[in-house]
Design a protein around this ligand. Sequence first.
Ligand SMILES: Cc1cc2nc3c(=O)[nH]c(=O)nc-3n(C[C@H](O)[C@H](O)[C@H](O)COP(=O)(O)O)c2cc1C
Length: 212
Amino acid sequence: MKDLSDFRISYEKYNLSENSISEDPLSLFKNWFDEICDSKQVKEPNAMTLSTVDSQNTPTNRVVLLKKFSEKGFVFYTNYDSRKGKSIANNPNVCISFFWPSHERQVIIKGSCKLLSDKESDKYFYSRPKDSQIGAVASDQSKEIPNRKFIEDKFRLLNESKSKITRPKHWGGIIVSCDSIEFWQGRKNRLHDRILFDKDKKNNWVYKRLSP
Ligand SMILES: Cc1cc2nc3c(=O)[nH]c(=O)nc-3n(C[C@H](O)[C@H](O)[C@H](O)COP(=O)(O)O)c2cc1C
């Protein structure tokens, strides 16, 4: 077994100083995200870890793809009847996080979920390649299936059928409105920069520096 005790790197590439941040965390998120995308060093920069808590208070993480962000929130698409969908219906509070190793950065967002409108979900669903649409229809996400052939047969039958593929009502977008957002920039000697934005009583963004 590998000895992991020496697995560590020194983070020395960037810093996050108060001079470089505006009052609005979305601008900072956009700057970071654009920088990561433009660098082409991260294969899926929009992959984010989504944490939910189920009705038994058990947390679960999984990766989903960010498809849009604005001051309204962070959007991903999924099956509302999946394990995460059920957890969110029971408790809309979630955490999403990004780790971009090339830039030694982490972002942690906490917020509350709402389903997107049918119109918005339709727009995205029908913009996807046909195979992805069929995949979404074929998969009762998170349910047990007997074997691999079962899902492949389902996909094949839908693919061969002449009928139009329509978005299942249980598949669509979820928007996470942002209550707090923490920006973490790795620094030398483990003295990382951490800037946490949350809202004051007047619902304005305020930020503070946290100890690493
Ligand atoms: C890189 C990557 C991207 C993914 N994107 C999505 C996504 O956008 N939506 C989705 O429902 N699942 C996505 N998945 C699959 C989820 O991680 C997860 O397996 C699935 O949603 C079922 O989760 P659940 O049983 O907790 O509901 C992705 C997985 C990976 C590794």
